[in-house]
Design a protein around this ligand. Sequence first.
Ligand code: HEC
Ligand code: HEC
Ligand code: HEC
Ligand code: HEC
Ligand code: HEC
Ligand code: HEC
Ligand code: HEC
Ligand code: HEC
Ligand code: HEC
Ligand code: HEC
Length: 298
Amino acid sequence: MTSQIGKYVGLALLLAMTAGGAAAKEVDWVSLNPAFKDATFVKDPAACFSCHGDHEKPYAATTHARLFKAGKAPASGDCGSCHGPRSKHVENPSRELALSPAQQNTACLQCHEGGGLMYWKSGRHASGDMSCVSCHTVMQRKSEKALLANKREDQTCYACHGEVRGQMNKMSRHPVNEGKVSCSGCHNPHGSVAKGMLKGASVSETCFQCHQEKRGPHIWVHPPVQESCQNCHQAHGSNHRKLLNSKDPFLCMSCHTFGGHVNAPRYNRVSSLRGEGCVNCHMAIHGSNSPSGARLTR
Ligand code: HEC
Ligand code: HEC
Ligand code: HEC
Ligand code: HEC
Ligand code: HEC
Ligand code: HEC
Ligand code: HEC
Ligand code: HEC
Ligand code: HEC
Ligand code: HEC
């Protein structure tokens, strides 16, 4: 079990061990909403379901319900852990205790601060009005894993990132629609230290997670490959084969304009339809380990 000590709204932290090994930070409910004052936790979900019966069955299938049911409910009780002390609400129900998205986050973060959520606060999604429930639905289970708001992860993201949906429909693309790669294969939606909330420290490091052979080491390197995969590839989708930024001879000739054969008709499809593609001969475009591969031809 891990525990951590920190500060929360200037108050000394109270540690409470919860299910799953996470150390919960006590939430100062009264500072979130003064109407919680003098109320105590109702630790019996049945009391809540007497009025909110429509939630009983859907909620039972969620990760939290299953965990908390197994006798591991946190000190604040099952429902209370996210909805606060509600003894007064039970007696005199209203919407007075409704939480804003930001306040809801506070309830979630009491148990989910570390691990994958380490960079949440500095991530792009934490800014503005976005909250955990922009992507997660916790009162019912819609997705196979991670309690996502949509059955599929990509659809959860497309709700706001329509432009990426378009990119993922291009001729050449990462097989996200096919379910072989997920957005979270490359991104940490909870934030990361890298630009673009990427999982790796850089674009290339992110790519190496799955395309390790491109890392090398190579005897003969191709400098743009070492610099960034983005010099030649789109990450999401492209209308050129192999996710390339542009059609191959143009791609190569954006950097290689001079040289013996580059502009000769026989060597490129730009000046001659019958000319060969650059990578027909420069096959080791990502780097070569052949002693005679200095020109990336083998
Ligand atoms: C993991 C946190 C969490 C737990 C545990 C939890 N809830 Fe919720 N609940 C939420 C969030 C977040 C919402 C609002 C967003 C939504 O509806 O998905 C919500 C919504 C609700 C609503 C509807 C509110 C409205 O605006 O109409 C009710 C009623 C409710 N919960 C009751 C319960 C009851 C009863 C329990 C215990 C059996 C419980 N919840 C356990 C987080 C939680
Ligand atoms: C006596 C009936 C009753 C009981 C018992 C009850 N509620 Fe409610 N609850 C209500 C009513 C009525 C509303 C307001 C619904 C509305 O106007 O949409 C409400 C609203 C809510 C809401 C949404 C607004 C808010 O305050 O956040 C949540 C969440 C909620 N209840 C959770 C709970 C939990 C958790 C329990 C058990 C501790 C509980 N309720 C017990 C009747 C009840
Ligand atoms: C009282 C502690 C506690 C609170 C509060 C809490 N969680 Fe959790 N949650 C857990 C534990 C324990 C697990 C299971 C272990 C894990 O995945 O960390 C879990 C799991 C999850 C999972 C993964 C579910 C899966 O099936 O893979 C998600 C997503 C999640 N919580 C979101 C939330 C959100 C969103 C909120 C606030 C609305 C919240 N949690 C509030 C304790 C809590
Ligand atoms: C932009 C969408 C998005 C937002 C906002 C978001 N999540 Fe997630 N979350 C995801 C996705 C997607 C996964 C599944 C990741 C995977 O499969 O690797 C996930 C997984 C999780 C998990 C289980 C795996 C893990 O990383 O520990 C927990 C717990 C969790 N989220 C909690 C939260 C909490 C708490 C918040 C708010 C502070 C939050 N999430 C906000 C998209 C989001
Ligand atoms: C509720 C809307 C919403 C959802 C759902 C959502 N996002 Fe975002 N996302 C945003 C907003 C807003 C920004 C910030 C955009 C900006 O500043 O241009 C953003 C930014 C991003 C960025 C760019 C970060 C950067 O530093 O440039 C990435 C990557 C991203 N989201 C991935 C995801 C993934 C993956 C999912 C699904 C797991 C997802 N988003 C779901 C609203 C959303
Ligand atoms: C193969 C890896 C990979 C996958 C899979 C992936 N992305 Fe990206 N994404 C990237 C890279 C690389 C960037 C560019 C980051 C940078 O340069 O800042 C990026 C950028 C973004 C941005 C910032 C805006 C933009 O277009 O530059 C958003 C938003 C985004 N991705 C969302 C998504 C969503 C949603 C999914 C799933 C449908 C997804 N990504 C899948 C690698 C990936
Ligand atoms: C999560 C794993 C994963 C990550 C990370 C990843 N890829 Fe891929 N990539 C794949 C899979 C799976 C395929 C499809 C392979 C197949 O169909 O045989 C693929 C295919 C490709 C292709 C060939 C596309 C085609 O049309 O045949 C290129 C180019 C590519 N990836 C480049 C990248 C780049 C650049 C990055 C980093 C921005 C990256 N990949 C990150 C899994 C990944
Ligand atoms: C100088 C341009 C260039 C750079 C930079 C580049 N690539 Fe490529 N890549 C290509 C070309 C051209 C092809 C098509 C090769 C072919 O058709 O034989 C390709 C094909 C691929 C393929 C699919 C075929 C295969 O060889 O597996 C993957 C995967 C790939 N690249 C990954 C990467 C990764 C990862 C990076 C960054 C480390 C990267 N590329 C950097 C030009 C480049
Ligand atoms: C972003 C710029 C860029 C792109 C795009 C690019 N290259 Fe290069 N390439 C370079 C640089 C820089 C060198 C190193 C030149 C040097 O050392 O003089 C290099 C070296 C080479 C070499 C070895 C030449 C030598 O003199 O050692 C070959 C062959 C080559 N590139 C072929 C290609 C082909 C084929 C493509 C298209 C698939 C391509 N390049 C795309 C920048 C690029
Ligand atoms: C028919 C095969 C073939 C094709 C097609 C071809 N090359 Fe070459 N290229 C070579 C060979 C062989 C060398 C090595 C020449 C030497 O060592 O003297 C070479 C050398 C190079 C060099 C090193 C500098 C130089 O001029 O000697 C660059 C850069 C280069 N090629 C780029 C390209 C680009 C860009 C294309 C596409 C427009 C291309 N090549 C198409 C076979 C080819």
